[in-house]
Ligand binder design. Structure first.
Ligand code: URA
Length: 233
C-alpha cells in the first residue's frame, strides 16, 4: 500500500493532510531517513514524528472497559472510543466492539476492524463462552445454579428459553456466571428472574482469553496472535 493511503487509513489525516505531512518530513524510517510518498518500508520500520505507527489492519484489541462508558460511538456521553487515541476514530476500516457491554458493565471488551472475525467470535457455532463476575444486592438463595442451568428460564418479554448457563457462588453476594450466548442485559435479567439485583458486573473472560491483571481499567492493547487463538478455546 502507498504511504499516503496507509497513513490516511490509519487516521493520521486526510490524504491531502498526510501528503503535506510526508512532504514536511514528519514520516521517517527507523534510521531517521525522511520518507517520500513512494517509499514503502515494512510497517514496523515506519515512524511518525519519531513514534512507531499504529498497528495496521486487521487489528484486534482488548480494552478493560470502565464503568460509565457506552459501546456505541453514536451515544451521548462517554464512549469506549474516548479511551482510544483520537485518530482511531478516523481509521478505515474502523474498529467495532465484538459484542457490547452495558454502560455500567466493566471488564474485557474486544474490538476489531475485521468484520469476518467479529462475526466468527459472536456466532453461536464458535461457542466462545463469556464469564461474568456479578456483585449482588441480596444474599444468594441457593437455587440460582439450578435455575440458570435449567435451559427453561425465559426472561421477561422473551419467549425463547435461555441456553443453560453455569453458575458458581463465590460468596454470600458474589458469583460467576458463564454464558453461551449474549442477550440484552442477560446477566442482570437472569438475576432479576432469581429475585436478586446486580450491583456490579465485570466480564473476566471470553473463550480462553482472560482479562490480564496488568491491564488497568481504561487501558487497551493489541492482542497477540496466541491470545486471539485462545478466544476460540
Ligand atoms: N449481561 C448483562 O446484563 N450486561 C452486560 O453488559 C453483559 C452481560
Amino acid at each position: 500500500m502507498k504511504l499516503v493511503k496507509l497513513l490516511a487509513n490509519l487516521g493520521y489525516g486526510s490524504r491531502k493532510e498526510v501528503q503535506r505531512l510526508i512532504r514536511s518530513g514528519a514520516v521517517t524510517d527507523a534510521d531517521g531517513n525522511v520518507l517520500g510518498e513512494n517509499d514503502v518500508p515494512p510497517h514496523d520500520r515506519i515512524l511518525f514524528r519519531g513514534e512507531p505507527l499504529d498497528p495496521p489492519a486487521p487489528l484486534v484489541i482488548m480494552l478493560n472497559k470502565p464503568d460509565g462508558y457506552t459501546c456505541s460511538a453514536e451515544d451521548p456521553g462517554s464512549t469506549i472510543y474516548d479511551l482510544l487515541p483520537p485518530r482511531f476514530a478516523q481509521r478505515n476500516p474502523g474498529l467495532n466492539p465484538i459484542g457490547r457491554l452495558d454502560k455500567d458493565t466493566t471488564g474485557l471488551l474486544l474490538m476489531t476492524d475485521d468484520g469476518k472475525l467479529l462475526h466468527k467470535i459472536i456466532h453461536p457455532k464458535s461457542n466462545c463462552l463469556k464469564i461474568y463476575h456479578a456483585s449482588l444486592d441480596r444474599p444468594l438463595e441457593g437455587h440460582e445454579g439450578e435455575l440458570f442451568a435449567s435451559g427453561t428460564l425465559v426472561l421477561n418479554s422473551e419467549t425463547r428459553p435461555l441456553l443453560p448457563a453455569q453458575f458458581q457462588a463465590l460468596g454470600e453476594k458474589e458469583a460467576l456466571v458463564t454464558l453461551h450466548e449474549g442477550r440484552y442485559h442477560q446477566v442482570r435479567r437472569m438475576f432479576a428472574a432469581a429475585g436478586n439485583h446486580v450491583l456490579g458486573l465485570k466480564r473476566i473472560s471470553i473463550g480462553g482469553l482472560k482479562l490480564p491483571d496488568d491491564l488497568e481499567e481504561g487501558d487497551w492493547r493489541a492482542l497477540e496472535p496466541e491470545e486471539l487463538a485462545s478466544v476460540f478455546c
